[in-house]
Design a protein around this ligand. Structure first.
Ligand code: NAD
Length: 341
C-alpha cells in the first residue's frame, strides 16, 4: 500500500498498441515488422484481397474487410493509434472501375473512422499519395501545391484527406497523411518485398522482363526530361516505414494534424532505373517504347523538407543502387520459393 496522502499511482501503459490496416500488403507488412522490432503491440486487419497471409505473424492477423464496421469496433478497444494502409492502389484499374475504388478506399475508410469514433481512438496515420497533385507545375512539389488528381485512385485519397480535416475539427481526431511517392525496394534479410498481383510497378516489371525475355513497355520517351522518359521519386520501403514510425511518435507526443510528402526528394528517369537494374543483375532488360499513357505526369519529385524538418526523418536506404539490389535479392528468393514443390 502506498503511504496515506501520497499521489495516486499512475498506470501508464508503456507499450503503445497500434492497429495496422492493410498490414498483409507490401508497405503495411514491412511497417508492421518495424513496429514489432521497436516493441509496439500490433494487431493487423486485412481482408487478404490483395495481400499475403504469410506477410503477417498468424496470431496478429484478423481477416476483416474494412466495411465490416461491427467487426472492426472490438479490435479497436485499447488501441492508441491506427496506421491505415488498406486500399486498392492501381491507377489504371481505378480508371476502369472508379466505383470500386471509391467504395473500397473512401467507403472502407468511412467505416474505419466510424469504428474508431465508437472506440474513442483519436490518432491516425493515413497512406495518401503523390497522385493527389495530378500534373504538378512546380518541381520539387511542396505540400501546398494545387491538388488536382487525374484518376479516381488519386481522387479517392484526396477525399479521405479532406474527411480527415473535418474529423479533426468535429471529432478531435489527430491525423498525419503521408503522400507517398514511388515506394520500392525490399528488406530481403527479413523476407519482405513487393508482390503485387497484377504488378504495375517499374522495378519488379523490369525484373520480370529479364526473367521472361518478354520486353517491358516504356510509356513515352518524348517527355521534357533529360532522356525523354518520365522522372519519379523512388523511396525505399524501409525508409517509408520509418516515416510512419516518426508520424506515430509525433502524434503520440501531441502533434497536430498535418500532411507530409514522403519521397526521397530526388528524381530518376525510367532509363536511369533500367540502367541500375542492368548493373545490379548483370543482365540486359528487353524493352519497347510505347506511346505515352494518359494522365502520366512528366515529373513527380517530392519536396521532402517538411518530413525531414518536422518529423526528423532521414532516408538511409533510398539510394537507387541499394533499392535495386534489395529488390533483386527479394525477387530471386521469392521466385526460388515459388518454384519449390
Ligand atoms: N506502393 C506504392 O508505391 C504506393 C504509392 C502511394 C500510395 N500508396 C498507398 O499505400 C498503401 C499500401 O500500398 P501497398 O503497395 O502496400 O499495397 P498492397 O496492395 O500491397 O497492400 C494493401 C493491402 O490492403 C488490403 N486491403 C485492401 N482493401 C481492403 C479492405 N477493404 N479491407 C481490408 N483490407 C484491405 C489488401 O489485401 C492488401 O493487403 C495504399 O493505401 C496505397 O494507396 C502506395
Amino acid at each position: 500500500m502506498p503511504p496515506a496522502g501520497s499521489p495516486p499511482r499512475r498506470y501508464n501503459r508503456i507499450v503503445p498498441k497500434i492497429l495496422v490496416t492493410g498490414g498483409a500488403g507490401y508497405i503495411g507488412s514491412l511497417t508492421t515488422y518495424q513496429l514489432l522490432q521497436r516493441g509496439f503491440e500490433v494487431v493487423v486487419v486485412d481482408d487478404l484481397s490483395r495481400g499475403h497471409r504469410h506477410n503477417v505473424p498468424p496470431d496478429l492477423l484478423r481477416v476483416v474487410h474494412l466495411q465490416e464496421t461491427a467487426a472492426l469496433a472490438p479490435l479497436l478497444i485499447g488501441v492508441d493509434a491506427v496506421v491505415h494502409f488498406a486500399a486498392f492502389i492501381a491507377v489504371g484499374e481505378s480508371a476502369r472501375e472508379p466505383e470500386l475504388y471509391f467504395s473500397n478506399n473512401v467507403g472502407g475508410t468511412i467505416s474505419l473512422l466510424a469504428a474508431m469514433a465508437r472506440a474513442g481512438v483519436k490518432r491516425l496515420v493515413f497512406s495518401s499519395t503523390a497522385a493527389v497533385y495530378g500534373n504538378p507545375e512546380t518541381i520539387p512539389i511542396p505540400e501546398d501545391a494545387p491538388l488536382a488528381p487525374v484518376s479516381p485512385y488519386g481522387e479517392s485519397k484526396l477525399i479521405v484527406e479532406r474527411m480527415l480535416k473535418q474529423l479533426d475539427e468535429f471529432r478531435g481526431l489527430r491525423s498525419v497523411a503521408l503522400r507517398y511517392f514511388n515506394a520500392c525496394g525490399a528488406m530481403p534479410e527479413a523476407g519482405f518485398g513487393e508482390q503485387h498481383d497484377p504488378e504495375t510497378h517499374l522495378i519488379p516489371l523490369l525484373f520480370r522482363a529479364i526473367d521472361t525475355g518478354e520486353p517491358i513497355k516504356i510509356f513515352g520517351n518524348d517527355y521534357p526530361t533529360p532522356d525523354g522518359t518520365c522522372v519519379r521519386d523512388y523511396i525505399h520501403v524501409s525508409d517509408l516505414a520509418e516515416a510512419h514510425l516518426a508520424a506515430l511518435d509525433y502524434l503520440m507526443n501531441g502533434g497536430k494534424s498535418d500532411v507530409f510528402n514522403a519521397g526521397a526528394g530526388r528524381g530518376q528517369t525510367v532509363m536511369e532505373v533500367m540502367r541500375a537494374v542492368e548493373e545490379v543483375t548483370g543482365r540486359k532488360v528487353p524493352y519497347v517504347i510505347a506511346p505515352r499513357r494518359e494522365g502520366d505526369a512528366a515529373e513527380l519529385v517530392a519536396d521532402s523538407g517538411k518530413l525531414r524538418r518536422v518529423l526528423g526523418w532521414k532516408p538511409v536506404r533510398s539510394e537507387l543502387g541499394r533499392i535495386v539490389k534489395d529488390a533483386w535479392e527479394f525477387f530471386q528468393s521469392a521466385r526460388a520459393g515459388a518454384s519449390r514443390p
